[in-house]
Design a protein around this ligand. Structure first.
Ligand code: C2E
Ligand code: MG
Ligand code: MG
Length: 695
C-alpha cells in the first residue's frame, strides 16, 4: 500500500501561470493584451495595457465582464474575427476607441489570432497610441466600424483590399472577389464597364452572402487605394431584402385575389393579353374557359359568407390541382373562375380540363360540418374563332356559361353565333320592356278564386300580361325573368299592385267582397321602400288591406337574412294576408316555413293534375296543411275529377281553367254578375257551366 500524502497541494493560481507564460511580453512598452473572445474577458495584459485600460491590477482587469455593455455589432465582429483567425490566419489593423472609466482612449490596434492553452482561439491585441487625430477622423473611423452599411474597397481586378466589419460579415469568403460576391459574371462585367466609363454605378440585385441570398443595393465608384495609389473601387452595399419583400408582397396583393391567392381580375388583363399575343405568334389556338358555381348564392345565404369564402378557397385549390402549370387559372370575381388553355388541338385541351374539373370540383366538400356539393357551369370561347381580343373572348365565354346554366347547369357550352343572337334578343327584350312600361302596354288580368263548397268566386289573382303592339298578348313567363334580372320588376310589380288595389276597391264598391292577390318577386324584397310604396298605393286606391293578399314562393324565403320575415310581418300588421304560391315544387319544408307569417298555401297545379297518379303525395301535403292550420287553395283545376278531389279533401278554395281562365276586368265583371245571378236563381250551378259561360 502506498503512503497517503500528508497534505494536499494547493491548485496552481491560473493568473500566475499565465503571467509566467507571457512574461516575455511584459517588458514591451506598447500595450499588449490577450482577449478571450468566448469568455468576453481579458485573458492577460501587460503593464502598458493595464495603464490603457485604467486597471490597478491584472486581476482586476481580468475580472471585468467586457460582454456587459458590448454592442451587438462589436460582438458579431469578434466572432467573425475568431473564425477568420482560425481559417485564414487573418490579421486586422483597426483604430479602436476604448472607454476605461468612461474616458475615451483611441488606439491603433493590430489583432491577430492566438491559441490559448486549452486550444480555443483568442485574440492577441497590440496597441499603439493613435497619432493625435482630429475629432472628425476619430468619429469617422468609429462610424465605419459600427455602421450596418457594407463598405469594401476592391482593386481594379475586383480583389478585396479592405472590408468594414459589416461587409466582412456579409461575404462568404474572406478573399471573395467582387465577381464572386455578385454571383453573376454578366452583372460584374456591366458594373466594371460602367465604372470605367462613368466612374460610378448603382445596381440592385440578389447577391450570395454568408446569410444566403439577399437583395443588395450596390453603389460603386472608382477611386485610388490610399496605400498603394493604385486604381480601386469603393463599393457600398445596403441590404434591401426587407424592402424587396414588402415590395413583392404589395405587388402580389395588387395582382392577386386575397382570398384564394389566384391572379385577380386586374392581373388577368395583362397576363392573358400577353399569353394571347404569344399564342398568336406561335400560330396556336387558345380557349378561355369561364366557370361559375351553380347555386353559390344559396350557400352564402344559408350558411353565411364565411362558409362561402371557405368553399371558394377549396374550389380554387381543386382547380389548381386539376390543371397543368401552363394553364392560367384566375379568379374573375365572386364565384367566377377563368382558365386560359392553349394548344394545337384546342377542343382536346378543353376536354381535358373539363373532365378534370368535373371529376374534382363536383366532389363533396366539407365546410363547417356540412357536406356540400357544388357543380360548375362552364362556358368556352375560342381564340381566334370567337374573338381576337380578351374583352370579346370574355364576353363570349360569359354568354356561353349562361347558356350552359340555362341548359340545366353542371354543363359546358361552347360559344356560338346563336348564343350571341339569344343574348342580343334578351337585350332587345329588356329595352322593349322599358318602353312598354312607359307606353303602358301592360294589363292585369284576374283569375277567379272559388270557394270549393259553394262554388262562388271569393277572390281573384292578379296576373300581368303584355299587350305587345306586334306580337299581341305576351304571357308573363316570357318576360318576368328578364324584368327580375334587370330590376324592372320593382316598377312593374308596384304598377300591378296599384292596379289590383284599385280593382279591389272598385269591386267592393260594386258589392263584391273579393280578396285580390298579387304575386311578389324575390327581388322586390330588396327594395327597402316596398312596404311604404304598397301602403301608399292601397291608400291612394282606397283599398281595404284586409282584402289584399301577397303571393310569395318558398325560394324567396330560403335565405339567411331576416329581411323577408321583417317585410312580411309589416304587411301582416297592415291586415294583409300572405299565401305561399306553387307549393310542392320547391323544398316543401313546412317546419321551416313556420318562421314566416303565412296564412294560405297554394298547392301547385302539377300536384293537382297528378292526383290520379300520385295521390298519396297530394294527400300528404293536405294533411300537413291541416296540421299547421293553413287554409288551402288548389291551383290548376282543369277537370271535374280534380274538382271532386278538392271537394272531398275539404280544400277551401280552388283556381283553374275548369272554372275560368284569367280574364280582363270587363269579362271578369260579367262572370261575377252571371255567377251571382245563377246562384240567386238557384239554377244547377255546375263549374263546367260557369266555365263555359266565362269562356
Ligand atoms: P302563378 O302565380 O302560379 O299563377 C298561376 C298561373 O297558372 C297563371 O299563369 C295561370 O294562368 C295559370 N293557370 C291557372 N289555372 C290553370 C289551369 O287550370 N291549368 C294550367 N295549365 N294553368 C293554369 P300565368 O298568368 O301565365 O302566370 C304565370 C306566372 O307568372 C305566375 O304563376 C306568376 O308566378 C307569374 N306572374 C304573373 N303575374 C305576375 C306579377 O304581376 N308579378 C310577378 N312577380 N309574377 C307574376
Ligand atoms: Mg300566383
Ligand atoms: Mg302558382
Amino acid at each position: 500500500m502506498s503512503a497517503r500524502p500528508e497534505f494536499q497541494l494547493q491548485p496552481p493560481d491560473p493568473l500566475q501561470s499565465r503571467c509566467q507564460h507571457y512574461a516575455a511580453l511584459d517588458h514591451i512598452s506598447l500595450p499588449v493584451w490577450i482577449f478571450d473572445i468566448d469568455a468576453r474577458r481579458v485573458h492577460w495584459a501587460n503593464e502598458a495595457a493595464l495603464e490603457v485600460w485604467n486597471a490597478a491590477t491584472l486581476q482586476a482587469l481580468c475580472a471585468r465582464d467586457m460582454g456587459q455593455d458590448m454592442s451587438p455589432s462589436v460582438a458579431s465582429r469578434l466572432s467573425q474575427y475568431q473564425s477568420d483567425f482560425a481559417a485564414h490566419n487573418a490579421v486586422f489593423n483597426e483604430q479602436w476607441t476604448l472607454y476605461p472609466a468612461g474616458v475615451p482612449v483611441s488606439l491603433e490596434v493590430r489583432f491577430s489570432g492566438h491559441r490559448l492553452e486549452d486550444g480555443r482561439m483568442a485574440m492577441l491585441c497590440e496597441g499603439q497610441r493613435a497619432r493625435a487625430e482630429t475629432p472628425e477622423a476619430l468619429r469617422s473611423v468609429e462610424a465605419l466600424l459600427h455602421t450596418a452599411a457594407m463598405i469594401s474597397l476592391y482593386d481594379a481586378d475586383g480583389r478585396p483590399l479592405y472590408r468594414n466589419p459589416a461587409a466582412r460579415a456579409s461575404v462568404r469568403r474572406f478573399d471573395e472577389t467582387l465577381e464572386h460576391h455578385l454571383g453573376d459574371a454578366a452583372v460584374y462585367a456591366r458594373l466594371r464597364d460602367a465604372l470605367a466609363a462613368q466612374g460610378s454605378a448603382t445596381v440592385t440585385l440578389p447577391v450570395n452572402t454568408a446569410l444566403g441570398e439577399r437583395w443588395h443595393e450596390i453603389s460603386a465608384r472608382r477611386c485610388r487605394d490610399a496605400v498603394t495609389g493604385g486604381d480601386a473601387w469603393l463599393v457600398s452595399e445596403l441590404d434591401v431584402s426587407a424592402l424587396k419583400r414588402t415590395e413583392a408582397h404589395a405587388k402580389f396583393l395588387a395582382t392577386h385575389d386575397a382570398l384564394t391567392g389566384l391572379p385577380n381580375r386586374s392581373h388577368i388583363v395583362s397576363r392573358y393579353a400577353a399569353a394571347l399575343d404569344d399564342v398568336r405568334s406561335a400560330g396556336q389556338h387558345a380557349a378561355l374557359i369561364f366557370m361559375d358555381l351553380d347555386h353559390f348564392k344559396h350557400v352564402n345565404d344559408t350558411l353565411g359568407h364565411a362558409a362561402g369564402d371557405e368553399l371558394l378557397v377549396g374550389i380554387a385549390k381543386r382547380l389548381l390541382g386539376a390543371v397543368r402549370s401552363t394553364d392560367l387559372v384566375a379568379r374573375f370575381g365572386g364565384d367566377e373562375f377563368l382558365i386560359l388553355v392553349r394548344g394545337a388541338d384546342i377542343h382536346a385541351e378543353v376536354d381535358r380540363v373539363h373532365r378534370r374539373i368535373a371529376a374534382t370540383v363536383s366532389q363533396p366538400i366539407s365546410i363547417r360540418g356540412s357536406e356540400l356539393r357544388v357543380t360548375p357551369s362552364i362556358g368556352v370561347s375560342l381564340f381566334p374563332r370567337d374573338g381576337e381580343d380578351l374583352p370579346t373572348l370574355l364576353r363570349h365565354a360569359d354568354l356561353a356559361m349562361y347558356s350552359a346554366k340555362a341548359k340545366g347547369r353542371n354543363g359546358l357550352a361552347y360559344y356560338d353565333e346563336s348564343i350571341g343572337v339569344a343574348a342580343h334578343a334578351r337585350m332587345t327584350l329588356e329595352a322593349e320592356l322599358r318602353l312598354a312600361l312607359e307606353r303602358s302596354e301592360f294589363e292585369v288580368h284576374y283569375q277567379p278564386r272559388v270557394c270549393a263548397a259553394s262554388n262562388r268566386i271569393v277572390g281573384a289573382e292578379a296576373l300581368v300580361r303584355w299587350r305587345h303592339p306586334v306580337r299581341g298578348m305576351v304571357p308573363p313567363n316570357d318576360f318576368i325573368t328578364v324584368c327580375e334580372e334587370s330590376g324592372l320588376i320593382d316598377e312593374l310589380g308596384l304598377w300591378v299592385f296599384s292596379q289590383a288595389a284599385r280593382q279591389q276597391a272598385a269591386w267592393a264598391r260594386a258589392g263584391y267582397d273579393l280578396v285580390v292577390s298579387v304575386n311578389l318577386s324575390a327581388r322586390q324584397f330588396g327594395d327597402g321602400e316596398l312596404v311604404a310604396k304598397f301602403t301608399a298605393a292601397m291608400r291612394a286606391a282606397s283599398a281595404n288591406p284586409a282584402r289584399m293578399e301577397l303571393e310569395v314562393t318558398e325560394s324567396m324565403l330560403l335565405s339567411n337574412c331576416d329581411e323577408p320575415i321583417r317585410v312580411l310581418r309589416a304587411f301582416e300588421a297592415l291586415g294583409m294576408s300572405i299565401s305561399l304560391d306553387d307549393f310542392g315544387t320547391g323544398y316543401s319544408n313546412l317546419a321551416y316555413l313556420q318562421r314566416f307569417p303565412i296564412h294560405t298555401l297554394k298547392i301547385d297545379k302539377t300536384f293537382i293534375q297528378g292526383i290520379t297518379s300520385d295521390k298519396p303525395l297530394a294527400e300528404l301535403i293536405v294533411a300537413m296543411c291541416r296540421l299547421m292550420k293553413l287554409s288551402i287553395v288548389a291551383e290548376g283545376v282543369e277537370t271535374l275529377a280534380q274538382q271532386q278531389w278538392v271537394v272531398e279533401h275539404k280544400i277551401e278554395q280552388y283556381q283553374g281553367y275548369l272554372f275560368s281562365r284569367p280574364l280582363a276586368v270587363a269579362a271578369f265583371d260579367q262572370l261575377l254578375a252571371r255567377t251571382v245571378e245563377t246562384a240567386s236563381s238557384a239554377v244547377a250551378n255546375t263549374p263546367a257551366a260557369t266555365a263555359t259561360a266565362a269562356a
